[in-house]
Design a protein around this ligand. Structure first.
Ligand SMILES: CC(C)(COP(=O)(O)OP(=O)(O)OC[C@H]1O[C@@H](n2cnc3c(N)ncnc32)[C@H](O)[C@@H]1OP(=O)(O)O)[C@@H](O)C(=O)NCCC(=O)NCCS
Length: 174
């Protein structure tokens, strides 16, 4: 399994329309599909993904929010926002996980899931944060498009392994 989408800034992107993709807050009945997409992307035990998704969803909407990208009954992407207090990092609202299904990438779904989360955070905080592996250039480009800038390199986050070993914290004013 490739950890990240290959970085192709100059790609001749197939922009088949996704006008029929709906971006909206998540609900209970989609959690199994969220866990499946997370498991397909990250591997490990499916049950662990399901438990983690249910745990995070139980904290919504006070400490987080789940957003989905759907085409009919098919889940083509999901993303979280969460209020986090992590040792050594600023306390605040983070974009805390996004996955777009491989067959639906590069059609603007990642950007749409990011913009809706930034609107959600704007109502709650002056700053938004996210962190990523320095190797995840596709994700870094996406977030740069909406104004995130690097503020700290070589961060450590408990329970989080950065592929390649270097994690970066990014921030953006709401
Ligand atoms: C990163 C990810 C969420 C992007 O989703 P997406 O729906 O393909 O993104 P979009 O189509 O909205 O892309 C928006 C912009 O991001 C950048 N981008 C996205 N994928 C890229 C790639 N493979 N290479 C270079 N730039 C890329 C581009 O600037 C793109 O604009 P463009 O298509 O006009 O060039 C998706 O590749 C994914 O799910 N990856 C695996 C999970 C992951 O890495 N999550 C992030 C953890 S921090």
């Amino acid at each position: 399994m490739e950890p990240f989408e290959p970085y192709e800034p100059e790609a001749a992107v197939d922009r088949a329309p996704i006008g029929h993709a709906v971006i909206e807050p998540g609900s209970d009945d989609w959690l199994t599909r969220v866990a499946r997409l997370s498991w397909e992307r990250n591997g490990g035990e499916f049950q662990d993904h399901l438990e983690s998704v249910r745990r995070k969803f139980a904290e919504c909407p006070d400490q987080g929010q789940l957003f989905l990208a759907k085409v009919g009954e098919q889940l083509v992407g999901f993303a979280w926002a969460a209020e986090l207090e992590l040792g050594g990092l600023p306390r605040g609202w983070y974009l805390s996980g996004i996955v777009v299904a491989p067959g639906s990438r590069r059609r603007g779904i990642g950007l749409a899931l990011t913009r809706i989360r930034l609107e959600f955070i704007r109502e709650r905080a002056h700053m938004s944060y996210y962190f990523a592996s320095a190797q995840n250039l596709a994700s870094i480009d996406l977030h740069t498009r909406v104004g995130f800038r690097e503020i700290r390199r070589h961060i450590r986050v408990e329970g989080c392994h950065f592929t390649g070993g270097v994690g970066i914290l990014f921030a953006r004013e709401s």
